[in-house]
Write a protein that binds this ligand. Structure first.
Ligand SMILES: [Zn+2]
Length: 311
């Protein structure tokens, strides 16, 4: 397995509040990604499952890596592919994994999301919100162009004392207060670097300081900044299956590239960018977002719980 280049140890500690290191594009190199990010100061990774196909991978990763906080949920994009007993299966993962949180679940009216029946999205979303409430776990929510619906549904089915994380928040500054008033947290990702700069300058400042978290959403959401060279995901090289995969890729015209994949170590780039928007020292934002994430993910049974007690 390719070794990530050694980087100087960072003084900051960070909590990647939402990522998908079980994603098939990076799962083979996930241990190297976790190792490199950990060496750079990332102490925790909330790894979110997206469908019945990857919950077992998330569980395995959490069993193998003390820094991984497992989250199980059915993402709106995978709603049409759910099996008739998806909910029983989801419940079983929570029974077998008492340290897990809920996610990624949500609503999507974006270019892909609008091809998926919205009524079904809402039904699947609400059932998982009910589960989060019943289990008293925080829930990581995906929302694209459906903030009005999200607010209504959260108001109707809340309150959620264990917390709701609106992940990779890209909504308006105006929408923040409504969501914050019902207890939502907001995590900011590299997608923010692609937001119109006037909007990107206003929005983070509208988030209460005790509700800001940082995330990479890796392997997605690679920050788009010219002046920052983000660490690349190493290409797996050693095992036979991977070799074969590479040969197969080469025999096709399209070459699989890792250059668009996001590395969890790039949370430092997100930190730097958000700190500049908030006009706040990076170390201060790192510590503040770390404490917020620790608080959110510190339910009884969670790996983070003993640490939160000490804060
Ligand atoms: Zn995600």
């Amino acid at each position: 397995m390719a070794q990530a280049p050694a980087r100087p140890a960072s003084a900051v500690r960070l909590f990647d509040a939402h990522c998908h290191l079980q994603d098939p594009r990076v799962v083979a190199v996930a241990p190297a990604l976790i190792r490199a990010a950990t060496a750079s100061g990332v102490a925790r990774f909330a790894v979110n499952g997206t469908s019945e196909k990857d919950w077992h991978l998330v569980k395995q990763m959490a069993d193998d890596h003390p820094a991984v906080v497992p989250c199980f949920g059915l993402h709106p994009w995978w709603v049409p592919e759910r099996s008739p007993d998806w909910m029983d299966s989801l419940r079983r993962f929570f029974t077998e994994t008492p340290e897990a949180a809920v996610g990624e679940i949500g609503l999507d009216k974006g270019s892909h999301g609008k091809t998926i029946d919205f009524g079904e999205q809402v039904e699947v979303f609400q059932r998982q919100l009910e589960l989060a409430k019943e289990l008293e776990r925080p829930v990581s929510v995906h929302c694209v162009r459906a903030f009005g619906d999200l607010l209504e549904i959260l108001k109707q089915s809340g309150p959620f004392p264990a917390g709701v994380l609106v992940h990779s928040y890209m909504g308006s500054a105006e929408m923040v207060s409504g969501l914050a008033n019902i207890g939502c947290y907001f995590s900011l990702s590299g997608f923010l670097t692609g937001m119109k700069s006037t909007k990107a300058k206003q929005m983070p400042k509208s988030i209460p300081l005790d509700r800001i978290l940082l995330e990479t959403d890796a392997p997605d959401a690679l920050p788009k900044l010219d002046d920052v060279s983000a660490p690349l995901v190493p290409v797996p090289s050693s095992d036979a299956d991977t070799e074969k995969h590479h040969k197969d890729s080469e025999s096709q015209v399209t070459t699989v590239s890792n250059e668009s994949l996001n590395h969890p170590e790039n949370i430092h780039t997100v930190l730097k960018f958000v700190a500049s928007l908030l006009e706040m020292p990076e170390a201060e934002l790192a510590e503040l977002s770390y404490k917020n994430a620790t608080k959110l993910f510190s339910y009884p049974g969670s790996k983070v719980y003993p640490e939160a007690e000490a804060i």
